[in-house]
Design a protein around this ligand. Structure first.
Ligand code: NAG
Ligand code: NAG
Ligand code: NAG
Ligand code: NAG
Length: 316
């Protein structure tokens, strides 16, 4: 009897010790689990790139000035960021601007959206001579953020076709309204156009993208240009591939890798983000044949970055 009681007491004490250990180390444990998960995720994403890049015969030397316009260089921290419009790029640009100050770094959110996007705020890879470019690409931490290609197109439509400024109106919206909506007598002033409620439909936008004349005239506008054409993931060996769908977790992991996790915080997501759930609704207005053509056009982005083929949109 006596020894049984003693045994219970020992078990009880051990339980208390386990409890105390868990509560004091629980947070560390949680962080370690998250870090492990992120590390594994990165490995999978990089494996995927290696798999789909196999047999690519081009090399870094094939990248001309015009192919490197989206590569922002931070010499102070040894970072190269290839930005992709519509994939958290405003906030990453804010981060890089904040990091250019001395410590303690300012809150990235103090930098205004329009101010951030002035190209002269940054140094780009194509500002440097060839040999320096190569050295930086070899030694710096290179990262990019990608997103589901169809969701990105919806986001581009909402931002640039519905909410246009003069630049997008003149160069794109007006053309699309003429060609695919058969509007005539169109104003040149985006304010007037907006007042009249002029907007291409989502299908008009897709028609424009699918029209062979579009690419013949000039490479796609960067907001809807294929991500692989902006950042060349088969030629540049990225250290980190972030996804918009896991933005906050990925941002934290990247800052950890850069040894900046204690010095700066990535802004929280607050915007009206286009969600993956509404894709089917948006694409209802697009005929099956055109959806399939569109998938072909963006297939490489789906494959390289591990996005699921949206069979519910493409199969009968
Ligand atoms: C580089 O840009 C040129 C001109 O825009 C284009 O034809 C070429 O395919 C691009 N190269 C790569 C590797 O994307
Ligand atoms: C960073 O600071 C340097 C010198 O202080 C300046 O020349 C450069 O334009 C700054 N870059 C950014 C991205 O603010
Ligand atoms: C074209 O638009 C202007 C101004 O919006 C209007 O005054 C004019 O009557 C229109 N012309 C035609 C042919 O519809
Ligand atoms: C977010 O989007 C929904 C639907 O598109 C809209 O009703 C709402 O006003 C938007 N919210 C903000 C803050 O823009």
């Amino acid at each position: 009897m006596g020894s049984n009681k003693g045994f219970m007491v020992v078990i009880f004490l051990m339980g208390i010790m386990v409890f105390i250990t868990l509560t004091t180390h629980g947070w560390d444990f949680y962080q370690q689990t998250m870090a492990l998960r992120s590390t594994k995720r990165q490995r999978l994403r990089k494996d995927l790139l290696r798999k789909y890049c196999k047999g690519v015969s081009q090399s870094l030397d094939d990248l001309k000035d015009t192919n490197l316009t989206n590569f922002i260089v931070d010499d102070k921290h040894g970072i190269i960021y290839c930005y992709i419009p519509k994939v958290a790029c405003t906030n990453w640009k804010r981060m890089l601007i904040a990091l250019n100050y001395s410590e303690p770094y300012p809150d990235p959110l103090v930098f205004e959206h329009n101010w951030v996007h002035h190209s002269e705020r940054f140094q780009y890879l194509n500002d440097f001579p060839k040999a320096e470019r190569k050295a930086k690409l070899n030694h710096y931490t290179k990262f990019l953020f990608v997103r589901d290609p169809f969701v990105r197109l919806i986001s581009a439509y909402r931002d640039k076709m519905q909410n246009y400024d003069q630049y997008f109106y003149e160069g794109y919206v007006r053309v699309i309204l003429q060609f695919y909506k058969k509007e005539t007598n169109l104003t040149y002033n985006h304010e007037v156009a907006k007042k009249r409620g002029l907007q291409p439909s989502f299908y008009n936008f897709i028609q424009y993208i699918l029209d062979p004349r579009t690419e013949r005239k000039a490479p796609f506008e960067p907001h809807w240009r294929q991500m692989f054409r902006l950042c060349h993931p088969c030629l540049v060996e990225y250290d980190f591939v972030g996804h918009q769908e896991t933005l906050q977790e990925d941002a934290q992991e990247l800052l950890r890798i850069l040894n900046l996790e204690d010095d700066i915080k990535f802004p929280p997501s607050y915007e009206n983000m286009t969600s993956v759930d509404s894709v089917t609704e948006w694409f209802q207005s697009v005929p099956l044949e055109d959806r399939r053509k569109l998938f072909k056009l963006y297939e490489k982005d789906f494959q390289l970055f591990g996005y699921r083929r949206p069979s519910e949109l493409l199969d009968d």
